[in-house]
Design a protein around this ligand. Structure first.
Ligand code: ASP
Length: 660
């Protein structure tokens, strides 16, 4: 029999009770964390979001409460009335370890099934299980801590922004495409048959329009949606601190964000100081082989192309440049450790990897015969290698990114070796502003220049003339904020003139018609006296992840999706009722799979539902021409409608051979 909460009132959080409360009556409420039955004494550890308290049930003095406690199970929801007493022997592991709660009454408010994993920080359950049972996962102290920190950071950011005169304005979720370089999530309109809203990839256009609207200083803590190829540090929906201001210089925006970050770090108990250092994009690439350099350690890159004479370059098939770095203390690497480096480097796109060992006995190199002792020495010197260091030089497989390819490979290697050699000081918080980005980047897939950021990014005044003639030389007024090698956000001073915005769209290859259709309203708005403006957006999931000391953003998002964009708990995305599709005037095309048949003909499988990665199979289809050939139906869900067609060799008519 379960008890009602009735009029019972909680007096204390479990984790809040201390020795100074001894002698007081207390009522706590929470979950049974653990139960130990010692016969006459029964102990329940009761847990709520603040922590755990040990509750003691004494069979002799409180037989009724004791009897009831025998019914309590792990994760039962309980309310306990009792008296706080000092423990004879304190438990130093527990914040409440100096006291017990001597129970006088137990109320069992709800039962619980046995959870699939223990509610503790140290668990071995897979992330998949944790996400599926997120409500249980959230009961653990670590997610609590992370979500509380997230709340505090966001609250502090709102305060700082308010203090600086920014006002939070909400922008629509049902809107139209914003070009941030990803695919849109579309929402079909029921009322306007055949038309779609897009969920915002960012509030970019709206915040710029707010500047045209005279709002002067805007911010918003806002969800953005991007249908991109997912990576470990991405989610299809994520949260930004979005900022825009009118009449800004670049340093005004930097100082706003520095204020925000200094205060956000302070909330997490981390002391950082503004202003943050700046670096040009091209220097970041040449010195660190990255557009988000981790400044917590050295191991800078050096271009050493001229240490490789023409003949050696030919023998080693080096097409472009060679970049090198000195790995401190790695001269003593074992054969096995040395062998791993080229393996790693090749995986990162290196063509060749060349070593120079700087040992007490002298300098030796794997390429000494080819480049000569003089060049080996020059190479070691160029990298500032000291005795005990190993110089690693790399050339890149392809020179797609010009002289930078080898630097990018070396940059990855720098991170891996730096980590392996314990060079990264994990107690440091190294912010960095990156500026001087190119406006365009070449897209191999589209064979055209595309915006390196979004197409509203301002253009360095002197480079304007090159917009049509030498787009690759045009620099943008964009900037990125990086912390410890993680990109926290990016922004720019914007294009505020309609004529320039239109020229940029044209440089991107948009026709007049496409331009009007996609951005007509915005170009119109720009013609009504748009002030110079600029802004930035910070990724708050990443900010919180770093400040919480977590390695995955999913640890700081209450209801995170998997890397396949699935919410395992809510089971979304999901199919919808056919009537909902009818309302929207939408029909789902069956998924088609084609393959060859052994008879020389072809198979075609239509399925309304494919279960990705599923091994289940509703059987196999037999070839109508030559029955010795089969098509196993793997990955097709039994739930939906599916059918199989066969095309005989030389025929043009598909035959339906199987249907369900
Ligand atoms: N809208 C940009 C983004 O989401 C940020 C900005 O330029 O302010 O990355």
């Amino acid at each position: 029999m379960l008890d009602f909460l009735g009029n019972l009132k909680r007096t204390h959080y479990c984790g809040a009770l201390r020795a100074s409360d001894a002698g007081r009556d207390a009522t706590v409420m929470g979950w049974v964390h653990r139960r130990r039955d010692l016969g006459n004494l029964l102990f329940l550890d009761v847990r709520d979001r603040s922590g755990i308290v040990q509750v003691v049930f004494n069979k002799e003095t409180q037989p009724e409460a004791h009897a009831k406690a025998e019914q309590a199970r792990s994760e039962s929801v309980v309310a306990v009335e009792g008296t706080v007493t000092r423990r004879e022997k304190a438990n130093p592991e527990l914040a409440t370890g100096e006291i017990d709660l001597m129970a006088t009454k137990l109320h069992i408010l709800n039962n619980a099934k046995t959870p699939p994993f223990p509610i503790e920080d140290e668990i071995s359950a897979s992330e998949e299980t944790r996400l599926r049972y997120r409500y249980l996962d959230l009961r653990r102290p670590r997610p609590h801590r992370n979500l509380a920190l997230r709340h505090k950071i966001l609250l502090e950011m709102r305060k700082v922004m308010d203090e600086m005169g920014f006002i939070e304005v909400e922008t629509p979720m049902l809107t139209r495409s914003t070009p941030e370089g990803a695919r849109d999530y579309l929402v079909p309109s029921r009322v306007h048959h055949g038309k779609f809203y897009a969920l915002p990839q960012s509030p970019q256009i709206f915040k710029q329009i707010l500047m045209i609207g005279g709002l002067d200083r805007y911010f918003q803590i806002v969800k953005c949606f991007r249908d991109e190829d997912l990576r470990a540090d991405r989610q299809p929906e994520f949260t930004q601190l979005d900022v825009e201001m009118s009449f800004p210089r670049q340093e005004d925006i930097f100082s706003v964000i520095e204020n925000v970050m200094v205060r956000a770090c302070a909330v997490a108990g981390i002391e950082v100081h503004a202003p943050f250092p700046h670096m040009l994009y091209k220097d970041a690439i040449r010195k660190y082989g990255s557009d988000k350099p981790d400044m917590r350690f050295g191991m800078e890159l050096h271009e050493v192309t001229d240490c490789f004479p023409a003949e050696a370059r030919q023998k080693l098939q080096i097409g472009g440049s060679v970049f090198a770095l000195a790995a401190p203390g790695a001269a003593s690497y074992s054969r096995k450790q040395l062998d791993e480096v080229p393996e790693k480097a090749k995986g990162l796109g290196a063509r060749g990897v060349y070593f120079v060992k700087v040992a007490a006995e002298g300098i030796t190199s794997t390429v000494e015969k080819l480049i000569g002792a003089e060049n080996v020495k020059k190479l070691a010197e160029a990298c500032g290698a000291k005795t005990g260091d190993l110089v690693v030089a790399v050339s890149a497989k392809e020179e797609i990114k010009g002289a930078e390819a080898a630097a990018l490979v070396a940059g990855q290697l720098r991170l891996q070796l730096g980590e392996a050699l314990g060079q990264i000081d994990k107690t440091q918080w190294k912010f960095l502003w990156l500026t001087g980005f190119p406006l365009f980047e070449w897209s191999e897939t589209d064979k055209t220049w595309v915006s390196a950021q979004h197409p509203f990014t301002g253009i360095v005044d002197e480079d304007l003339e090159k917009l049509e003639t030498a787009p690759w030389e045009v620099r943008s007024k964009g900037y990125d904020l990086v912390l410890n090698g993680v990109e926290l956000g990016s922004g720019s001073i914007r294009i505020h003139r309609q004529d320039i915005q239109e020229r940029l769209f044209k440089a991107l290859g948009l026709t007049e018609e496409q331009l009007r259709r996609r951005f007509g309203f915005f170009l119109d708005a720009l013609t009504y006296g748009t002030p110079p403006h600029g802004g930035i957006a910070l990724g708050l999931d990443r900010v919180t992840m770093l400040l919480a000391g977590e390695k995955s953003i999913r640890e700081v998002i209450a209801f995170a999706k998997t890397t396949a964009a699935v919410d395992l708990m809510a089971e979304s995305p999901s199919e919808v009722d056919p009537s909902q599709l009818d309302d929207l005037g939408i029909s789902v095309k069956p998924y088609v799979l084609q393959s060859e048949c052994g008879c020389g003909g072809r198979w075609r499988v239509f399925s309304e539902r494919m279960s990705q990665g599923a091994q289940q199979s509703p059987g196999a289809a037999t070839c109508p021409e030559s029955p010795q050939y089969f098509l196993p139906l793997v990955g097709i869900s039994n739930e939906g409608r599916w059918w199989v067609e066969h095309l005989d060799a030389g025929s043009r008519d598909w035959k339906r051979v199987l249907e369900r």
